[in-house]
Write a protein that binds this ligand. Structure first.
Ligand code: UT7
Length: 324
């Protein structure tokens, strides 16, 4: 079994409120709060790239766990907003940490990337390929946002969260996992241009095809269904019941999706962690930030069963059951 031995995160200081957005597009604070639960989000500065957010989250996480760079042997970055198509963002983080003895690679699995990363890390650690892994989920979505599209620009924020993972020496750690993908629905949440399907051109830039495009209400229906499925299946694999769960940590895309997922596993609202009001949808960063906040606030006690659950572009979805 693998366990988390450090947590941490970084969110940029600059805050964009719903009132700010009211001045930018035809929207209201009331619409955003009732439809999404978001009150404000963090925005990276012009000169920051995703690896800068990841690097700061990584440094804080290593420090929180009393680790030095030399203690880790692999860096995995989950992101859909890499600094560059290549090299990977993980390699930019490796450079920043001056970690000259590690391997480094990215995982692209939309908002599910952090949980995909935990599952990949489990395989590598339990097979003796890696000993101690720094897993970072970092996203700088506001640089791929179409700020004229009110249906998407109110949703996203920038942040990075990280954990250190290694083999557990006690009964705490990752108990089960469930992961799936369905590429047939990929066009519902996509950044269309800039890859080999639609290479960058003056026209793709003019058409804002380098920005995130989402059919929100379609994605919503799949997210509710798949996050429910993942939660139920991961609990079944762990041999646990809903009553055993102390915390559901869902990916923070929309409070209505979060509430529906909580209901699917029959959990009362006080067992469902929500921080979307402060960060918006920060994709892969939402679960590691939630873990760190719960830990810092003393709300995670030894033995607590934590159910992490996510859905994102791909589509991808996954859940992990974890004993703290
Ligand atoms: O991170 C993982 C993947 N992402 C998600 O899981 C996101 C899933 N989707 C959602 O969270 C929701 O679908 C949204 C929050 C994106 C949208 O909420 P909705 O209740 O599905 O709204 P809708 O797209 O069906 O739009 C309803 C109405 C439309 O107006 P009409 O056609 O009814 O007159 C939109 O034009 O709301 C309008 N609208 C807005 N109005 C004010 C859309 N965006 C806004 C806005 N302000 N920002």
């Amino acid at each position: 079994m693998i366990k988390i031995t450090a947590t941490g995160f970084y969110a940029p200081d600059k805050i964009l409120t719903n009132a700010d957005l009211e001045k930018m597009v035809d929207t209201t604070d009331e619409w955003i709060i009732t439809r999404t639960g978001i009150k404000e989000r963090r925005i990276a500065s012009e000169d920051q790239a995703t690896s800068d957010l990841c690097l700061e989250a990584a440094r804080r996480t290593l420090q929180n766990g009393n680790f030095e760079t030399k203690d880790i042997d692999l860096i995995i970055v989950a992101t859909s907003t890499p600094d560059t198509l290549f090299p990977s963002t993980a390699c930019w983080v490796q450079q920043g940490l001056e970690a000259d003895h590690v391997a480094a690679f990215d995982i692209s699995a939309g908002c599910t990337g952090f949980l995909y990363g935990m599952i990949v890390a489990e395989g590598l650690i339990l097979n003796g390929i890696a000993r101690r892994i720094l897993l970072v989920g970092g996203e700088l979505l506001t640089k791929i946002t179409n700020w004229q599209d009110r249906s998407t620009c109110v949703l996203f924020g920038d942040a990075a969260g990280a954990v250190v993972l290694e083999e557990s020496k006690d009964d705490s750690g990752m108990l089960s996992q469930y992961w799936r993908a369905d590429g047939s629905l990929g066009n519902l949440l996509i950044l269309p241009a800039g890859g080999t399907r639609m290479p960058a051109s003056a026209q793709t830039v003019a058409d804002k095809l380098h920005c995130l495009h989402m059919k929100g209400n379609e994605v919503f229906k799949h997210a509710v269904k798949r996050m429910g499925e993942a939660a139920v299946e991961a609990l079944r694999k762990a041999g646990l019941k809903k009553e055993d769960v102390r915390w559901l940590i869902p990916h923070q895309a929309n409070t209505r999706i979060i509430e529906a997922t909580g209901k699917r596993v029959h959990l009362p609202p006080e067992k469902v962690y929500v921080n979307i009001q402060r960060y918006g949808n920060v994709s892969v960063a939402s679960i590691p930030i939630s873990l760190h906040e719960l830990r810092e606030d003393g709300k995670l006690k030894k033995g607590d069963i934590v159910l992490m659950d996510a859905f994102g572009a791909g589509f991808t979805w996954a859940a992990v059951v974890y004993r703290w």
